[in-house]
Design a binder for this molecule. Structure first.
Ligand code: GDP
Length: 427
C-alpha cells in the first residue's frame, strides 16, 4: 500500500515527525518533490535531527530511503547529510537515488542569490538553495539528470552550451564572475563519485515493491499553500507539494496511492513573504507562541529564520486538505497551546465587506481580513496523554471544532515531538 504524508498549509506542520512515526511499519520512504530548501525536524533515540534531503524514515534499520525523480537533488548536501547522521551513531541507511533525478548545479544556488539581490525589496524571501533556478532549467529542458554524470563526452558538450547561456546573464544582468567550464566539469565528476553508490531506476524498483505488497510512504515537503498551481502564487515553491504529484515525482501509478495523511498544525506558521490572513500581528503575542512552538521554537529548520505566527485558519486548511485528497488528518503540536486562556480560530475571511468561506485567489487573499472566534483554552500540559478521552474537555472541543470546520477526519493527534507522543482516534 502507498500512503502519502503531506502538509495542508505553508509547511512546517510536523510532517517529519509523522513520517518518522509511520515509518516504523513501512518498508520504503520516498521523497518525491522539493529540495534542500526546507527541512524536517525529527526527535528520536539518536537525538534531534534536521533533515533536508533524506526522507524522515532514514533512522530505522529496516527501511529503504528513496530520492525519486521529482526531487531537486543537491548532491553535496545529500552526501553531508548522510555523513552527519552516520557520525551521530545512526546505522548507514539503505539509500536509492533515481537516475532520472535532476541535480541542483552550483550556478543554480548563485542565480538564486543574485536574483534575490537584484529584486531587492520585491524579493521572494527565497532560502537561496537554488530551487527556483533549478526547476526553471528543468522545464526549460536544460537541466542535468543524474544519469548524465556517467557520460563524460555528453557532459562536456552540455557544459559548454550551459556556459554560453548562463555567462551572458552573469556578465550583463548580474555583473558577477563567469562560470568556468573546466571547473564545472570537475565539480560534476566529484558529484558522480558521491552519488554513484546509490543510483538506480527508482520507478522500476517501486513498481516491483508495489507488486510485492510493500508498505511505501511518500513524504511531501512544504504544504498545499506553497503549491505552484494551487497555492498562493507567486509566493510558492517551484515543485508541486500535492499528494497527487507523488505519482509523477516517484514514477508510480496514481491509483496506487490509497491513503493521504495530511498533516495540520494546531496553529499556523509561515516563512517567507506572502499573504497570511490569520497572522498574529501583535509581536509580543506572536513571539510567545513562536518561542513555545514546535519542538524548539518556530525557527526554520534550514535557515534558522523566525517563522511568522498565526492562529489556526479553517479556510486555508479546509482548502489545503481538499487539494491533497485527504483521507486522514494528523493534527500536530497541540500541546503547545496549553498556555492560552482563550484560543482564537479563523473561521472565515472578509474580502471587500463580504464574508467568504472558500480560499480565494492570491489578489483577493491579499485583501482578506480574518473572522476570528475564540475558544476556551485547557490551561494544562497534555503531553504524555495517550487516549483521546483522557484529554481535557476544552482540548477535545478545540479538536472537534476544527474537525467540523475543515470537514476531514482527525484520526491522529500529536501532543509532543517524540514518536510516542501520539493519540490515535477511531472515528
Ligand atoms: P515539517 O517540515 O512539516 O516536518 O515540520 P518541522 O520540521 O518544522 O516540524 C515542526 C516542529 O515541531 C519540529 O521541531 C518537530 O520536532 C516538532 N513537533 C512535531 N510534532 C510535534 C508535537 O506534536 N508537539 C510538539 N511540541 N512539537 C512537535
Amino acid at each position: 500500500m502507498v500512503k502519502a504524508v503531506v502538509g495542508a498549509n505553508w509547511g512546517d506542520e510536523g510532517k517529519g515527525k509523522i513520517t518518522d512515526m509511520l515509518s516504523e511499519s513501512a518498508d520504503i520512504i520516498v521523497r518525491f518533490q522539493g529540495g534542500a530548501n526546507a527541512g524536517h525536524t525529527i526527535v528520536n533515540d539518536y537525538g534531534t535531527f534536521a533533515l533536508h534531503t533524506l526522507p524522515s524514515g532514514v533512522f530505522y534499520g529496516h527501511t529503504t530511503s528513496v530520492i525519486a525523480n521529482g526531487v531537486a537533488l543537491n548532491i553535496p548536501v545529500l552526501a553531508k547529510e548522510i555523513q552527519s547522521i552516520v557520525d551521530r551513531g545512526v546505522p548507514m541507511p539503505r539509500i536509492l537515488v533515481s537516475d532520472r533525478a535532476q541535480m541542483v548545479m552550483p550556478y543554480h544556488i548563485l542565480f538564486d542569490e543574485y536574483e534575490e539581490e537584484r529584486l531587492g525589496k520585491a524579493s521572494f524571501g527565497s532560502t537561496k538553495s537554488g530551487i527556483a533556478p533549478f526547476y526553471s532549467d528543468k522545464f526549460a529542458k536544460i537541466g542535468y539528470q543524474v544519469s548524465e554524470l556517467f557520460d563524460e563526452e555528453l557532459l562536456k558538450d552540455k557544459i559548454h552550451r550551459t556556459c554560453e547561456q548562463k555567462n551572458v546573464l552573469l556578465e550583463h544582468l548580474y555583473h558577477k564572475p563567469l562560470i568556468d567550464e573546466k571547473e564545472l566539469f570537475n565539480t560534476l565528476i566529484s558529484y558522480r563519485k558521491m552519488i554513484e553508490p546509490y543510483v538506480c531506476d527508482v520507478s522500476a524498483f517501486l513498481w516491483n515493491a508495489i507488486k510485492e505488497g510493500k508498505e511505501i510512504l511518500l513524504e511531501g515537503q512544504l504544504g498545499t499553500l506553497k503549491d505552484p498551481d494551487h497555492g498562493i502564487y507567486p509566493m510558492v515553491t517551484s515543485s508541486s507539494t500535492l499528494a497527487g504529484y507523488g505519482a509523477v515525482g516517484a514514477g508510480i501509478p496514481p491509483y496506487s496511492i490509497e491513503k493521504v495523511v495530511t498533516v495540520v498544525k494546531a496553529y499556523s506558521s509561515a516563512v517567507g513573504a506572502g499573504a497570511f490572513v490569520s497572522e498574529i500581528l501583535d509581536e509580543t503575542e506572536a513571539e510567545e507562541l513562536r518561542k513555545r512552538g514546535g519542538n524548539a521554537g518556530e525557527y526554520g529548520a534550514t535557515t534558522g529564520r523566525p517563522r511568522r505566527m498565526g492562529w489556526f485558519d479553517c479556510v486555508a486548511t479546509r482548502y489545503g486538505c481538499r487539494l491533497q485528497g485527504t483521507t486522514d488528518v494528523a493534527f500536530t503540536v497541540l500541546d503547545v497551546l496549553g498556555y492560552l486562556d482563550k484560543i482564537p480560530v479563523c473561521v472565515g475571511y472578509e474580502v471587500d465587506g463580504q464574508e467568504i468561506k472558500d480560499f480565494p485567489v492570491t489578489h483577493l487573499l491579499e485583501k482578506a481580513k480574518p473572522i476570528l472566534v475564540e475558544l476556551d483554552g485547557w490551561k494544562c500540559d497534555i503531553t504524555g496523554i495517550s487516549e483521546y478521552d483522557k484529554l481535557p474537555e476544552n482540548c477535545r472541543k478545540y479538536i472537534e471544532f476544527i474537525e467540523e470546520h475543515i470537514g476531514f477526519p482527525i484520526t491522529m493527534v500529536s501532543n509532543g515531538p517524540k514518536r510516542s507522543d501520539i493519540i490515535y482516534r477511531n472515528i
